[in-house]
Design a protein around this ligand. Structure first.
Ligand SMILES: [Zn+2]
Length: 267
């Protein structure tokens, strides 16, 4: 069985500690059995420091640092937080040492009614500029904000990366691929009520697909609603393989190689 690359998870989430005492035993068995590598994704300055520390403890765990639109909204001193993030992002040299493989997750989230869209746009734009200056890929969070997110990345044509847990149209997916982006699918692609996500997955060529869990969230069928972990990403791979008419092992291998290429990792 090919080992899978989980391109997006949050292993610092307290739900792992509650369920397992700590995520350590779980991670040890996952790396042992079915998982080649995991990118642990930061969402604010504090947990961005945390994912860098975790990446140092696990051979095949990598980190991204960034301010998520939802987390950013709660920060009072945004410019202070961005300066701290900039320091953590460092240089190509320190990033290689710290195993920081992307800036993220960053983007726009219009799901909640009380969203401060202006503040989100400011934080997103500042981080896109940072990525441009540093020549580092980004991990995009786009929830119910497809038009504005797409417009923002079009303003920075030199920045590419991955749209995580993709939920946009097949047409936008094709546009993203043309612009050099990767598109990542989570357990949502296995949900019966998400045919649009399957359509988008079919529109992405094999060499631009990534697989992720977004653990502890978005567990695939048959574990929908439960605590998610990287071992369950196999079900997402199975569904993507079915959509593209290849075997699950082939899909696992292809998406692992894609992730290595995007994040500049050699496993
Ligand atoms: Zn996430």
């Amino acid at each position: 069985m090919e080992k899978l690359f989980d391109s997006h998870a949050h292993y610092y989430d307290s739900r792992f500690a509650r369920e397992f005492g700590s995520a350590d035993a779980l991670l040890a068995s996952l790396f042992d059995e079915s998982v080649a590598a995991i990118v642990n994704i930061g969402t604010d300055v504090e947990n961005s420091h945390g994912v860098v520390a975790e990446a140092a403890r696990w051979q095949n765990m990598y980190a991204t640092v960034g301010i998520h639109p939802g987390d950013g909204e709660r920060i009072a001193d945004i410019d202070g937080a961005l300066a701290e993030l900039r320091a953590l992002l460092g240089t190509a040299e320190t990033r290689a040492r710290d195993k920081i493989v992307a800036l993220g997750e960053i983007g726009l989230d219009y799901h909640y009614d009380d969203t401060d869209r202006e503040k989100q746009a400011y934080i997103f734009e500042a981080q896109l500029k940072m990525a441009e200056e540093q020549g580092i890929p980004v991990v995009i969070h786009d929830r119910e904000a497809h038009g504005d997110t797409f417009a923002a990345i079009c303003r920075h044509p030199r920045v590419t990366g991955v749209f995580h847990s993709y939920s946009g149209s097949a047409e936008m997916a094709r546009d993203l691929v043309r612009r050099g982006w990767y598109v990542s699918f989570s357990g949502v692609v296995t949900f019966k009520n998400a045919p649009k996500v399957s359509e988008a997955a079919a529109a992405v060529p094999l060499d631009r697909l990534l697989i992720e869990t977004d653990a502890p969230y978005l567990a695939p069928v048959p574990f929908r609603g439960q605590l998610n972990h990287s071992g369950y990403a196999r079900y997402t791979a199975e569904k993507l393989a079915e959509i593209h008419g290849i075997t699950t092992d082939e899909m696992v291998k292809i998406t692992r190689e894609n992730a290595e290429r995007l994040f500049g990792i050699t496993l």
